[in-house]
Ligand binder design. Structure first.
Ligand SMILES: [Zn+2]
Length: 249
């Protein structure tokens, strides 16, 4: 795993080592981009604000009804705009989305969960994954890469991966049951147990055949940097959501 090079411009951070035809970004906490804790009219305005700075339109955005499971959806041209302004129109019960179409902006919304950007540089396929601990336990990144291979003939060696902001092992204390859930990415300190979502997802990617040198981590802890990012652990129910977004031009 390598440290990602990020460029901050106002409301968002951009992965600089993504391929030139790919825009991969995540937002900070200046605007709540998620479906929760705000009326849909404000959500629309906030999303419009970010998208306009990326020269994108709401009609290009594809949003998911995230449920912490492992369903993977392949977005087509017809899906453009789904969930951009209304939750009920978002793709239901999905935590990972793939497309080989240009000009479709894939998105996930997080506040501690890890966003995983998956880019097949050769076949020009992109994916975005919402990887909380439940989806990680179900190996959602492995499933996503498997489907990319099945449908688009993606070779794991051609994949580059970027990790967005997430709660990190410094702050992510979990219960003893997690010792049974995960064989890796667990740290014990005295009587406390900490989970490392990025480490576990990185291992799953490597087990899928993604070269270690192709995995780039933002390294940002949402809890440590709660002044810049939403953290569900810190803020509980009232917490907003940052947006991760990837688009192929
Ligand atoms: Zn932390």
């Amino acid at each position: 795993m390598q440290r990602a090079i990020l460029k901050q411009s106002g409301l968002f951070y951009q992965f600089q080592n993504a391929p030139k035809n790919i825009n991969a970004i995540f937002t900070n906490r200046e605007l709540n981009l998620g479906f929760v804790n705000q009326p849909e009219s404000l959500m629309k305005d906030n999303r419009q604000c970010v998208l306009s700075r990326l020269n994108l339109k709401l009609e290009q955005l594809v949003c998911l009804q995230q449920v912490h499971a492992d369903n993977v959806y392949i977005a087509k041209k017809d899906d453009k705009g789904r969930g951009a302004v209304r939750y009920t129109e978002a793709i239901s019960e999905t935590d990972a989305v793939i497309t080989n179409e240009k000009d479709i902006a894939l998105s996930v919304f997080t506040a501690d969960c890890l966003s995983v950007f998956i880019i097949d540089k050769k076949k020009n396929v992109i994916a975005l994954v919402h990887a909380g601990w439940k989806s990680t336990k179900k190996s959602i990144v492995k499933k996503t890469i498997f489907i990319m291979h099945q449908v688009f003939e993606t070779q794991p060696r051609d994949i580059a991966v970027f990790f967005g902001p997430a709660i990190r092992k410094c702050c992510y204390e979990v219960g003893e049951e997690f010792l049974n859930y995960f064989k890796r990415g667990i740290t014990r300190e005295k009587d406390k147990i900490y989970l490392d979502l990025a480490e576990i997802n990185s291992w799953q990617l490597k087990e899928s055949g993604v070269p270690e040198n192709n995995i780039f981590d933002s390294g940002i802890c949402t809890s440590c940097q709660n002044d810049k990012f939403f953290s569900y652990r810190r803020e509980k129910e009232s917490c907003g959501r940052q947006m991760s977004l990837v688009i192929m031009k």
